[in-house]
Design a protein around this ligand. Structure first.
Ligand SMILES: [Zn+2]
Length: 359
């Protein structure tokens, strides 16, 4: 990864009226202890307007690849980075003919590929499974609807860490999992509970759950937000039962989008994304936590969203999020197709990392 010199342009940028967040230095890699090199300087939150200017650094050990904010928001001030972060209520998709067809193909694929019977409609739907290849995102987007987990045995317990509005919890409950979730966003948890999901408000703490308790744990776009990813995975290992599956999805700093858009890549999201990974650093974090990765690769399924957002950020200087208009939907489909083709000869270019690990 190419390193730059810190420039004098990295003077504090303060959104008008907001004091900057207090920061703490993180000069060394949390995984291997090497010093860092500067990756991007003078970044600020162009999505949700949190105060402050931020520098991203990466580990100088070529065998590691961890990327992090240095300095980082102090632990007590992290909440301020989320003050304008939107909480989305869970909404069921509209019952259009296209959405019904999508749902039937998804259910057929989950039956055939992952062995689901409960919550997936009549048996004949399994014959529709090959149609997943017609979708621009391919099978990945359909597998992600069950978080790439095989059908559970009766009573199997699942924990979704950072469950948000509970949409995934509801889906997995319908598929037969005894699913529960936890999230630090009180509004999101209220929305989850209102829609019938088993969710609670708070952050994980030692002693919350018995050891060897869950058959599956989800850490879906959460690892990049926590101040100590190794501690989180170590706790996951403790409460995962032997033979259970931990599923982690997080942005990939070796992706096509990160290389193409640089400082405008949507995946950086300063200052809420504290640590960012590639295949090497995520595998290293898992092994240090005592986990054994059985799957560790990249996903292109989010390329339409991530790359069209990155393109918007590249073209617009001001804070703001792109409107989901036809132009961005078309460019998103083009990016998605392009990334899937690129990944045929370089498997590391997907926008997200997928790790499934056991203990
Ligand atoms: Zn390192």
């Amino acid at each position: 990864m190419r390193h730059e010199q810190r420039s004098s342009a990295a003077t504090p940028h303060v959104i008008q009226g907001e004091p900057p967040l207090r920061k703490q230095p993180r000069p060394r890699c949390a995984l291997c202890g090497h010093f860092s090199g500067v990756l991007h300087t003078g970044l600020h939150d162009r999505l949700f307007g949190a105060a402050g200017t931020w520098d991203l650094v990466s580990c100088t050990n070529p065998g590691c690849g961890l990327v992090w904010l240095d300095p980082m928001p102090s632990d007590r001030e992290l909440g301020k980075a989320y003050e304008a972060y939107p909480t989305h209520a869970a909404t069921a998709p509209r019952a259009t003919p296209l959405n019904r067809m999508y749902g039937a193909i998804r259910d057929g694929y989950l039956k055939r590929r992952y062995g689901y019977h409960q919550g997936t409609g009549p048996r004949w739907l399994r014959h529709l499974a090959p149609l997943v290849w017609l979708h621009p995102a391919g099978p990945e987007r359909f597998g992600a609807s069950a978080m790439f987990l095989r059908a559970p045995s009766p009573g199997a317990r699942l924990l979704d860490i950072g469950c948000g509005n509970g949409m995934m919890l509801l889906r997995l409950q319908a598929l037969g999992w005894d699913a529960e979730g936890i999230d630090a966003d009180a509004e999101a948890v209220k929305a989850a509970q209102a829609s019938g999901a088993h969710a609670r408000h708070g952050t994980l703490a030692a002693g919350d759950y018995p050891n060897d308790y869950f058959d599956a744990i989800l850490v879906n776009h959460v690892l990049e937000h926590v101040p100590d990813p190794l501690q989180l995975l170590t706790y996951c290992r403790q409460i995962l039962r032997p033979g259970g599956s931990l599923v982690v999805i997080t942005p990939n700093t070796d992706s096509w989008g990160c290389r193409r858009f640089g400082r405008n890549w949507r995946g950086f999201e300063c200052p809420r994304h504290l640590y960012l990974f590639n295949v090497r650093s995520l595998g290293c974090t898992a092994r240090k936590a005592g986990l054994i990765p059985s799957t560790l690769n990249t996903l292109a399924k989010g390329a339409d969203h991530i790359l069209s957002m990155s393109r918007f950020l590249e073209r617009h200087e001001n804070t703001g999020t792109p409107v989901a208009d036809r132009k961005y939907r078309v460019s998103g489909m083009a990016y998605l197709t392009g990334e899937r083709l690129l990944r045929l000869w370089n498997t590391s270019v997907g926008e997200e990392l997928l790790m499934i690990a056991t203990k």
